[in-house]
Design a protein around this ligand. Structure first.
Ligand code: ANZ
Ligand code: ZN
Length: 833
């Protein structure tokens, strides 16, 4: 038995520490496996159980692949820029650099305690200037390719703290620090054109093996809509309004237009309409300004609007329609203007009803009767449908076109392409797509982030810092609060701000905004491959060797933004030739790990007092038990509640295993017996299958099963005990190492973790079983599980059945008259009653 677990763990921790080659990524010949777990933000409260869960999954897989002979890359680092550290620094008047160092030291120690087999020689830290030099380099490349630009954008502004707030700091539209109502404030910000990659980000998914849920999340986030742009002439004025529509088939049904309050058309109204009208419009836009996009597009909210005073001409039939202004149309989507078809769109319908505008249905359901729900045969009388349209819009894009002149009788979706062709031929519009994804606001008015490496020169405009001058190091400041004009505290440091223009050498000023949190995590998986490189972000050779990431494990919450931003940056780097030509997508597989709730089934939180600290439970039960419990809790992607009783059960299993190993070692048999071979080979093969499919919970179940079965066997050979230790190694690395050291022979590996994974001997593999019902005089007394081959053999089946406990007592002393065997299903003994 292992007497003192803590002592044993410490012994092996030290041993592994002395042998970094065990987990070094570039050793060995085998097939490469790049196993990536999302690197954590090193917060002051230490590693939480969610981290431990995700990392254990990755670690078990990495250890298994390593033992299988794979060349495994399993690195770790710190995504260390971020607000909590900055806020903590503000509160405690300490340097974020110092705080970060403390936190990463704590995280590293906790990870080592939990026996994660990271290759620590590849550790990275996004706040290290040597690292963020390349984050800045990427930004400069984006700028050079026209993918980064400055634009006035609203930020969250707390009028009481007088600072700009990140979205995370705004809760229910209130400032998280002081509770004041947050408003918007326009400031000039860097924006990155991710929209240029929208199509590629969708099509690239085909090159990945993400599960559908993740692919769908990415696709939905990008939100591509296909349709047309159509131009409407403004009546009596030399101007057009272009709309984006996904339903050009409804063009004849457009009965008014709506433009967003931000639309340039609205700005020009002042000179085009009377003063009274303009006043009315102006008042409306003022009110609209305070609403968020979400509120504006909320279907359930009452729609408001104002007539602009002008009309437009519908290009398909020349009819004159009113132009309205309403905030339910967003300035930032499509063209910021729509044609309204109240007969077929709910929002348009609501709006038309409210303001008494016309409703013209033009798409008729094929089965009119079914749709209108009328019992009479009204199909012949289409005028009935006009009545129905006054009650509700018909929003399905399926049906026959009516009241549409040349298009009458066309059907959608069948003739949708014909509609688009018609529009293009007549020159009134063209095929077009629109994306819900917006360009990426890349500026933060905070201190603790990568300085954006740009310089503003009066003469030359925005100029990037020379590559040879990178990194632009974040200077130390006195105070970390953003300033009261919304700028980052860097703006107060004259020595930082004042510089010379990289282009003309004249006086110039540095950008004082820093990058968003996402910037450092966009490309970190590349840096691991070549951590010390000072001339490129990572060498081509190293990337060719390791990319793509074979498995990327992370949280559901990162299936959209982080995954999208990093795929975007990778695709961009691919376009500029900075990453290998042959790898077009960075991640091959993506797994999202599940969520662990407190023992009360609630999200863990300090206030609820249900937080589990991995260190604390590991001290109590040992690291192996905690790791194994985490893997045993449920499916890797499931939502599970913490249950200490189950943890205790896992701990008891490990203790039983210890005891078993001890007893069997003492009485080890020189040769292996058949049954033991069968059990062991079943274990190896089952565990292999589960581990390659990330089914960790069933792996644990299989170990428990094998222990039970083997405990019944009198004799087990040393070789088989060694195999059992190897099978346990990925999940219970400490105990497995201990037992390996006690069992290993001279020429065995010095560590179980670099030993070769045992091979399955197929001869002992009973592949498939069938369930046989055994009855006596028609009454089922036992269900036997037998090998499929044995089930073929009647006499063998009868022999086994007679010996089974459930049946034998019913046969005792009875004369068997007949044995009826239905192959593979049922055996019936007919006995004299
Ligand atoms: C006419 C029409 C008729 C429309 C119909 C829909 C149904 P998605 O699918 O989200 O891309 N739209 C376009 N730009 C808009 C904006 N800036 N703000 C609010 N709504 C806008 O939606 C595309 C549809 O949303 C477009 O197609 C347009 O209304 C509206 F029976 O045009 B549709
Ligand atoms: Zn200049």
């Amino acid at each position: 038995m292992i007497e003192n677990i803590v002592k044993m763990e410490n012994k092996w921790k030290k041993f592994w520490e002395e042998h970094p080659e065990f987990y070094r990524a570039d050793e060995g010949e085998g097939e490469k496996k790049y196993v990536l777990v999302e690197f954590p933000y090193p917060s002051g409260s230490g590693l939480h159980v969610g981290h431990a869960f995700s990392f254990t999954g990755g670690d078990v897989y990495a250890r298994y692949q390593r033992m299988k002979g794979g060349k495994v890359m399993f690195p770790m680092g710190w995504d260390a820029f971020g607000l909590p550290t900055e806020n903590y620094a503000i509160k405690t008047k300490r340097k974020p650099q110092e705080v970060t160092k403390e936190n990463t030291d704590m995280f590293r120690k906790q990870m080592k305690d939990l026996a994660f087999s990271f290759d620590w020689e590849r550790e990275i830290d996004t706040t290290d200037p040597k690292y963020y030099k390349w984050t800045q380099w990427i930004f400069i490349k984006l700028f050079e390719k026209g993918l980064a630009y400055k634009e006035e954008m609203p930020i969250n502004w707390c009028p009481s703290c007088k600072i700009g707030l990140a979205n995370e700091e705004v809760v229910d539209n209130k400032c998280e620090r002081c509770g004041a109502e947050v408003s918007k404030r326009n400031i000039s910000q860097w924006v990155v054109k991710i929209t240029d990659y929208a199509d590629k980000l969708i099509s690239g998914l085909e090159k990945t093996d993400f599960i559908d849920k993740v692919k769908q999340a990415q696709i939905n986030w990008i939100g591509k809509s296909e349709g047309a742009r159509v131009k409407f002439k403004v009546k009596r004025i030399d101007d057009y309004i272009e709309v984006f529509t996904t339903r050009p088939d409804t063009l004849f049904g457009a009965s008014f237009m709506v433009v967003a309050p931000e639309h340039p058309f609205v700005g020009k109204l002042k000179e085009r309409v009377g003063q009274a009208k303009w006043k009315e419009v102006e008042e409306y836009i003022k009110k609209a300004r305070s609403k968020s996009d979400l509120e504006r597009t909320d279907l359930s909210k009452d729609k408001t609007g104002v007539f602009s005073g002008l009309t437009a001409i519908n290009p398909v039939n020349g009819s004159e329609i009113e132009i309205w202004i309403s905030d339910f149309v967003l300035g930032s989507y499509g063209t910021g203007a729509i044609m309204s078809v109240p007969g077929h769109d709910q929002r348009d319908w609501d709006f038309a009803k409210k303001y008494g505008l016309d409703i013209y249905p033009v798409i008729f359901p094929k089965n009119l009767k079914e749709y209108t729900g009328d019992n009479e045969d009204v199909f012949a009388d289409e005028s009935f449908f006009y009545e129905v349209s006054k009650e509700k819009p018909y929003t399905e894009a399926v049906g026959v076109l009516r009241a549409s002149e040349e298009w009458n009788g066309w059907e959608v979706p069948r003739d949708f392409g014909k509609v688009l062709d018609w529009i293009e031929e007549k020159g009134i519009g063209e095929r077009a797509s629109s994306y819900h994804i917006r360009d990426w606001i890349f500026s933060r008015q905070h201190y603790w982030g990568e300085p954006i490496p740009m310089v503003k020169c009066e003469k030359c405009g925005w100029v990037p810092v020379k590559e040879s001058e990178l990194p632009v190091v974040l200077p130390e400041v006195e105070a970390y609060e953003p300033t009261d004009d919304g700028k980052s505290p860097l703006s107060k440091i004259e020595s930082f701000v004042k510089t010379t223009c990289p282009q003309c050498g004249g006086e110039a000023e540095r950008e004082t905004d820093t990058m968003p949190n996402w910037a450092g995590s966009d490309w970190y998986f590349l840096r691991y491959l070549d951590v010390d490189n000072d001339t490129v972000l990572a060498s081509k050779e190293s990337m060719k060797k390791w990319l793509p990431v074979d498995v990327y494990i992370g949280g559901d919450e990162h299936n959209t933004l982080h995954l999208l931003y990093s795929r975007f940056i990778y695709q961009f780097l691919h376009d500029i030739g900075a990453v290998p030509e042959e790898t077009v997508e960075p991640y091959y597989r993506r797994l999202s790990h599940g969520v662990i709730l407190g023992n009360d089934n609630q999200r863990m939180s300090k206030s609820k007092g249900n937080v589990i600290v991995p260190e604390v439970v590991a001290d109590k039960y040992g690291v192996d038990a905690v790791r194994m419990y985490l893997m045993f809790m449920g499916p890797f992607d499931g939502t599970m509640a913490w249950n200490e009783k189950t943890l205790m059960g896992v701990k008891r299993f490990l203790d039983r295993w210890d005891k078993f190993m001890e007893i069997k070692q003492k009485n080890a048999s020189p040769a292996s017996n058949y049954n033991v071979k069968v059990i062991i080979n079943k274990l190896i093969s089952g565990v292999e299958k589960d581990l390659s499919g990330f089914k960790f919970n069933t792996v644990v179940a299989k170990m428990m099963e094998a222990l039970n079965a083997l405990s019944e066997e009198k004799e087990v050979a040393i070789d088989e005990l060694k195999v059992f230790a190897q099978i346990m190694a990925p999940m219970a690395p400490y105990r497995a190492e201990e037992w390996w050291s006690r069992l290993r022979k001279e020429d065995d590996s010095i560590s179980v973790h670099v030993s070769k994974w045992p091979e399955v001997d197929k001869k002992y593999l009973i592949e498939e079983t069938v369930k046989l019902a055994v009855a006596v005089n028609g009454k089922v007394r036992e269900v036997l599980e037998v090998d499929i081959d044995i089930a073929e053999n009647e006499s063998e089946v009868i022999k086994i059945a007679k010996m089974s406990a459930g049946v034998s007592k019913w046969l005792e002393g009875k004369e068997i008259l007949k044995e009826i065997y239905v192959k593979g299903r049922m055996l019936n003994f007919v006995v004299r009653a």
